[in-house]
Design a protein around this ligand. Sequence first.
Ligand code: NDP
Length: 329
Amino acid sequence: TLEVVLKRTIEEIPTAADFEVVERAAPTSAPAGQLLVRVLYLSLDPYIGSRLRGRHMGEPRPGPGESLPGAAVAEVIASGHPDFVVGDHVVGEAGWTQVGLMNAAEVRKVDPSLGVSNHLGVLGMPGLTAWAGVTQLAKVGEGDVFTVDAAAGSVGGTAGQIAKILGAKAVGIAGGADKVAQVVQQYGFDAAVDYRSEGWVDQLKALTDGGPTVHFENVGLPILQPVFGLLKLYGRVVLCGLSAHYQVDGPPPQFGLGPIVGKRAQMLGLIVYDFYPRWAEWVKTAEPWIKDGRLVQVEDLGDGIETAPAQFERLMKGANSGKTLVKVG
Ligand code: NDP
């Protein structure tokens, strides 16, 4: 089997050159409690960049040659657990590999008829994150004006689609004209602005009828600070991700707390792990939306496990548009 591993211990933001593809003898059977799987899609997510540097929620960092973190959707080819049979589709961790072992206690069985790769995006961890922030923390509904940044990405794109389905107006914030077009044309947001263009804050003000009632933050202060200026009184802000700050060492950037007081705003911190016990509820909620086409996934797809390093570098640079995936098998 081909497997992607690190060449060296990672201190800085990883690039494709930090990885290598190695050939290893694949396991041929599943020991008790394990599943032998053929990986179909590998998910590449921002937290992996932090994990590789030992900066993700106290989780251990992999060393050179060791198995890499990342969810995969896979097909069981031999089962060492009574709850799983050959042919089952599961989501779990096997490393960045074509064939590998998953710990049966840590996998979720999934329904391939909902779209195999959807289980890593809209129905996967990013989708669950979006659902949790929009419905459980900010409780978005009719009359809300919802803004989200990294809106072309998996969390942002899903969050805006859910907000719209629930009756809000959704306005995206994204980097570049292509991402803006994707947000409106493919995800169906009401509008989107390019935060790299002049005057984007004024545009956002006009498109949100003066400002959002709910803002979902994925990037960090360069966007949060100006959006705070627009936020309506009693607005809610979901703090989900800080992509612009993950790569920066040293103390966090300065942020004036005044606007939070002035706007009587609520800041809502989100950690998706809290919602893992409710994954089935999200999948059940999303199933009709996926079937009638109201909830879609756009993919930034590499073909073949060998493309994983380059795909990962795209994600680390923010050049990805849509859910970053590698089609493995
Ligand atoms: P995305 O597909 O949205 O990719 C990240 C995007 O962030 C980029 O495409 C880019 O979009 C934007 N970005 C802005 N600045 C930078 C930068 N300096 N470096 C890299 N990217 C940058 O990722 P996801 O949808 O998977 O995740 C979105 C956010 O949600 C992330 O911050 C992630 O860490 C967070 N998250 C939080 C969870 C939680 O439990 N709180 C769970 C899951 C994800 P653009 O060009 O439009 O700016």
